[in-house]
Ligand binder design. Structure first.
Ligand code: ADP
Length: 398
């Protein structure tokens, strides 16, 4: 049995006519690190707060460790929570801030000392032990907030955008610290973020939401490689996946600017019931190197670079193509200048196709057998499995 389970959980706030969260279903194993990700207002915090018990569940069920929690008070749910605003007591030292909650829980003094010593050590706060929050950096304060949460020895950690008040560099190092802490403590963690990079780098599995509805649940690379719809494809990955409206005509797709590409037989077959689709391709799957240009030479395209971003480890090249501003990610050795004409190809088996109306992925259903088997092995991805099943039925019927 899973450690945390949400069954058809819905939330409708009083005085609103729209659900903030609709039919949220998820099973979380013990020790898993789950990230809820999605744009602002998609229902991530509401879901987390329902798990914490700070918000009532309008309908549906929540189980933690086999026990139904809908009516259980927050303090009896076995959770500790870390917020974006770490809300430390300004007049208390680091040590006192960390121990405060334990004192309230009537933990014996020697045990408090042992736990606080341990937290201070594990979070690298030894030299700040007697400082007050105003004399700490943002990262140090957030570590104190983490310390306060970990000493409570709870089995579940809930974190709501804990790093969003920190600067970019500190976010990266704290991301790393939280991942390590999670590995050391082995507590089940749910982490809310609007930042797909945090979700990708930290989570065992990601739940991606839009408008209160779960779009896809899966391992980071699963979402990256097999997005179930255009929203997921566009949300995960930076720079964003390139999208084009294309017309399908037999084994040819044409772009709005008149350019066209030839599809291989397998793809043409996949798209045979469509007249227009959305083509998606990630920047790293647009290739400029002679080898790829040679292999896919019948689909060679031309464009003029109109901007470049030198990232150090790699470069982003921007150009107009297919009626959209496009971006390719190339290695740091493949430098091109603004104004330079380039030749490139889209790697055929890396193209994603989406239904123009529903924006659901098309290629997914009939991807290669190896991919199918991989996905079938990952049967915990329930949204995906449901779609896969529908697709299977569809293919069988047709
Ligand atoms: P996220 O955490 O993804 O940014 P939230 O869970 O905070 O999203 O919000 C989801 C939706 O619920 C939004 O439309 C938001 O405006 C609404 N909402 C959040 N809190 C309340 C509230 N207390 N009363 C009414 N509506 C709310």
């Amino acid at each position: 049995m899973s450690f945390i389970e949400l069954k058809n959980v819905c939330k409708q706030y009083a005085n609103t006519n729209k659900k903030a969260v609709t039919d949220f279903n998820l099973k979380i194993d013990e020790k898993e690190f789950i990230a809820f990700v999605g744009p602002s207002g998609c229902g991530k915090s509401t879901t987390l707060r329902m798990i914490a018990g700070f918000e009532d569940i309008t309908s549906g069920e929540l189980y933690i460790d086999g026990k139904k929690m809908n009516e259980v008070a927050p303090r009896d749910r076995g959770i500790s929570m870390v917020f974006q605003n770490y809300a430390l007591y300004p007049h208390m030292t680091v040590e006192k801030n960390i121990s405060y909650g334990l004192k309230n829980m009537k933990v014996p003094a020697d045990e408090i000392k042992r736990k606080v010593d341990w937290a201070i050590e594990i979070l690298g706060l030894s030299e700040y032990r007697y400082r007050k929050p105003k004399n700490l950096s943002g990262g140090q304060r957030q570590r104190v907030a983490l310390g306060r949460a970990i000493v409570k020895d709870q089995k579940v950690f809930l974190m709501d955008e804990p790093l969003s008040n920190l600067d970019a560099k500190l976010r990266v190092s704290m991301r790393n610290e939280i991942s390590k802490l999670h590995r050391n403590l082995g507590s089940t963690t749910i982490y809310v973020t609007h930042d797909q990079v945090e979700a990708m780098t930290m989570a065992d599995r990601i739940v991606i939401m839009k408008d209160g509805i779960v779009q896809q649940i899966g391992k980071p690379m699963e979402l990256y490689e097999y997005p179930v719809n255009k929203f997921v494809a566009g949300f995960i990955g930076s720079p964003q996946m390139n999208f084009y409206n294309v017309k399908v005509d037999g084994n040819k797709i044409s772009f709005t600017d008149g350019n066209s590409m030839v599809l291989n037989d397998e793809m043409a077959d996949k798209l045979r019931n469509y007249k227009e689709v959305i083509l998606g391709i990630r920047g790293e799957d647009i290739k400029f190197d002679p080898q790829n240009l040679d292999i896919f030479k019948e689909n060679k395209q031309r464009a003029v670079i109109d901007n470049t971003e030198i990232m150090g480890n790699e470069n982003n090249l921007y150009f107009e193509f297919g009626g959209s501003s496009s971006v390719a990610r190339v290695s740091k050795y493949e430098v091109s200048d603004v104004g330079e004409e380039i030749e490139f190809v889209f790697v055929p088996h890396r193209m994603h196709f989406f239904d123009k109306v529903t924006e659901d992925a098309i290629t997914l259903w009939e991807s290669s057998k190896a991919d199918w088997e991989y996905l079938l092995d990952n049967s915990r991805n329930e949204v995906f499995m449901d779609k896969l099943k529908k697709a299977n039925d569809y293919i069988e019927k047709n």
